[in-house]
Design a binder for this molecule. Structure first.
Ligand SMILES: Nc1ncnc2c1ncn2[C@@H]1O[C@H](COP(=O)(O)OP(=O)(O)OP(=O)(O)O)[C@@H](O)[C@H]1O
Ligand SMILES: [Mg+2]
Length: 143
């Protein structure tokens, strides 16, 4: 199975949805989050981080481009937010390729800002607003 569509009706659904996403995505390392501002990317990532075993609450990285967490087995995983990045050179300078090819999970908001640097093998998680307060979450494995 290479794709999956999930729908959230409210914030209360996100724990279950995060569980389903982790199950579907357990063989993936590069998880991309696309969707307009405010659609809920950071909020979903926060629930995913909890599912992956992080005990720290995570927030959108405001000052740095990357936050590091630890899963239940003591392995690091990373959350990137490239919204404010100037260009791909800045991403290379912060060592993004070392993270992307580390073999650890990378959760990446605004990957379109550094499109050329994204590994071919990745999971796309595209979020859209639906009716009412719904969030439609499309998962597709690439590569
Ligand atoms: N599944 C959901 N159901 C209802 N409300 C949600 C859901 N996910 C997020 N929200 C609400 O939407 C708002 C924006 O969420 P969030 O910051 O996660 O968006 P974002 O996509 O990361 O935005 P940005 O592109 O600015 O980083 C928050 O107030 C959050 O509570
Ligand atoms: Mg965000």
């Amino acid at each position: 199975m290479n794709s999956l569509i999930l729908t959230s009706s409210s914030l209360a659904d996100l724990n279950d949805i995060a569980g389903k996403i982790v199950e579907f995505s357990s063989d993936q390392k590069i998880w991309l989050f696309e969707g307009e501002m405010g659609v809920g990317k950071t909020t979903l990532i926060k629930h995913l981080a909890e599912r992956l075993g992080s005990e720290d609450l995570i927030n959108s990285p405001t000052y740095g481009l990357v936050n590091e967490y630890e899963d239940g087995n003591g392995n690091p995983f990373y959350h990137f937010d490239f919204y404010r990045i100037k260009n791909e050179v800045e991403a290379l300078e912060m060592g993004c390729e070392e993270y992307f090819y580390s073999g650890n999970i990378c959760l990446i908001e605004w990957p379109s800002k550094i499109e050329k640097l994204i590994p071919e093998n990745h999971l796309m998680i595209a979020m859209e607003l639906g009716n009412e307060n719904q969030r439609i979450i499309n998962l597709t494995k690439h590569g």
